[in-house]
Design a protein around this ligand. Structure first.
Ligand code: HEM
Length: 257
């Protein structure tokens, strides 16, 4: 109970901080080019009304919570896998030189980094930050011979789906070539679901990939990195698929920079 009360209090404190920002935006008449502004100003298509304050608060916190640790968790595993497979650090660096050169990263050139995206996808196949999601059956159904009564919660198991040998060869092997163009036809459309699927697909999927790309490019452009410890890092499935221990790495300036 004590910890319940503690978490409720933390929740109230978090709400109060977010609410201060939301109210300041409205009362001070500030207009920013960000998601909060979109939430405040976009009218619903059916009613023509904008969101009321409690809804803006809930939606803002949802974005913060859903969009924060998920991307950093994905980045941890990406850097871990890159350090274990330095060939891909070099491949990404070559691609960045070929596509971006010395220019700044922008929306256009980021989208041409196909090899880098393949590495990100393969890392999220092996270590999907959300390793499971939940659904409630609206009506009675049957999946693979299993009876699902209406109202029952079903947990799509992302981690298992990404290592299903019926869909993937050598499931444990880190091999970004699986994501080469055209090869998705080899598997079920829902064989790769790091961002979920269907109408409730992650709202921030494109933003997340863009953020991750920018961070990977910024590091790989200038640094080589190795793991401080060669032991494989075990997973610790909490709400996110966390590493069981800290992933400690050494960074050094890349030779050619
Ligand atoms: C690597 C980073 C991320 C991963 C792996 C991830 C994964 C997911 C997954 C698996 C779901 C559930 C989808 C489903 O039930 O089918 C989800 C939902 C959601 N995500 Fe993400 N996410 C990431 C980043 C973000 C970011 C950056 C944002 C926002 C800025 C975001 C916002 C949301 C929201 C609002 C939902 C709920 C959508 C709904 O229920 O309609 N996510 N995400």
């Amino acid at each position: 109970m004590a910890s319940q009360a503690k978490y409720q209090q933390l929740r109230r404190d978090g709400d109060a901080i977010a609410l201060r920002h939301i109210r300041a935006r409205i009362t001070e008449g500030l207009r920013e080019n960000d998601i909060l502004q979109v939430l405040l100003e976009t009218p619903y298509q059916d009613t023509g009304q904008t969101m009321d304050e409690p809804l803006v608060l809930t939606e803002s916190l949802q974005m913060l919570v859903a969009g924060n640790q998920t991307s950093s968790n994905a980045l941890t595993w990406i850097f871990y896998l890159l350090a274990r497979h330095p060939k891909y650090i070099r491949e990404i660096r070559d691609e960045v030189v070929a596509v971006i050169g010395e220019n700044a990263i922008d929306y256009q050139n980021l989208h041409q980094l196909e090899g880098t995206v393949r590495v990100i996808d393969e890392a999220m196949r092996l270590f999907p930050p959300f390793w499971m999601i939940d659904r409630v059956a609206l009506k009675t159904d049957e999946i693979g011979g299993i009876h699902i009564p209406a109202g029952v919660m079903v947990i799509p198991y992302i981690y298992g789906t990404h290592r299903n040998p019926a869909q993937w060869e050598d499931v444990e092997t880190f091999d970004p070539r699986r994501f080469e163009r055209g090869r998705s036809k080899e598997r079920h459309p829902f064989a790769f679901i790091p961002f979920g699927g269907g109408p409730r697909l992650c709202l921030g999927a494109n933003l997340a990939v863009m953020q991750i790309l920018m961070i990977v490019v910024a590091f790989v452009r200038h640094y080589d990195f190795t793991l401080a410890n060669d032991e494989p890092v075990a997973i610790q499935p909490k709400m996110l698929l966390q590493p069981q221990s800290a992933v400690i790495m050494n960074f050094q300036a890349a030779k050619h920079t």
